[in-house]
Design a protein around this ligand. Sequence first.
Ligand code: ACO
Length: 319
Amino acid sequence: MGLRSVIKGVGGYLPQNVVTNADLEKRVDTSDEWVFQRTGIKQRHIAAENETTSMMATKAALDALSHAKMDINQIDAIIVATTTPDRTFPATAVHVQAALGMAHGFAFDVQAVCSGFVYALSVADGMIRSGQVKNILVLGAEKMSSILDWDDRTTCVLFADGAGGVILSGEESDGGILSTHLHSNGEFKDMLYTDGGASTTASTGVIKMQGRDVFKYAVTYLAEVVDEVLTHHNLQPEALDWLVPHQANIRIIEATAKKLEMSMDKVVTTVQDHGNTSAASIPLALNTAVKDGRIKRGDLILTEAMGGGFTWGAALIRY
Ligand code: ACO
């Protein structure tokens, strides 16, 4: 037993507008078959033009509060992992704070692209364990559709919008977040990036990616980081109840499952329905599997992600 960050509630939000691969066939030279075979994606949710990242994050936050049966007054801090902020500043998290009517505590963003949620979990866990806060809302929210080149078939078929999150509470427990493991290597900063930014082009830019290389490194680094988690805890893969991976590509997910010798029925996959929602993908997948009853209290969950930077990481959680 010790002071641990326990997940009290999970939440999610997906925009109403569903865009199928067939819909994209009308826009770029692609096919449902190509997209599904290469990525596992069938459809994705795309935000309305006037729907911002903070609006989606706020809806996910309300869902998580309701699931935890908690009130916003009990929350000490909000962290939003996002790469598509409402504005360059202030942080999307303070937009969420205002929308939730929270005038106390503090709120800030974390930016680690698709690994953002794992990074945010790690930061929140450190704050809880050090006694700085008791209850934190940790959100991943993205409007990736706003940084896509909709004429570029190599990227526009992959990414999507949505938000998810968890409420972490500091409790004496032997469960909760057991460890987090973060990595980055800026040598790869030009393999997956936007071709703009505040201090370069004074605009956001759009996503550029060397897909084949990203795929190769994702498989390698994710295999390494799941090994790191198992070794750290002296665990065999059989001890895991669930793998909740970042949802970028079913083939990357299958490669990690294979490395862990886990059957795919112990892997939560939402990529077919959600596409790649970057920092929102893990909490959305967690929300899906908790709410449909697959993930139960006491289950041991390994979650992992890799994204632009490259950044990558993992967390081991006793739900
Ligand atoms: N529809 C049809 N054809 C396409 C499309 C499309 N949407 N996109 C590319 N192609 C074509 C290419 O032009 C190329 O044609 P060519 O052979 O005539 O030049 C052909 O398909 C093969 O292209 P590749 O890029 O080599 O295809 P690959 O099998 O590598 O699949 C993919 C591409 C799906 C992007 C894959 O590399 C991948 O998933 N990489 C990981 C990227 C990723 O997930 N990034 C997300 C962020 S990082 C993360 O979250 C892990």
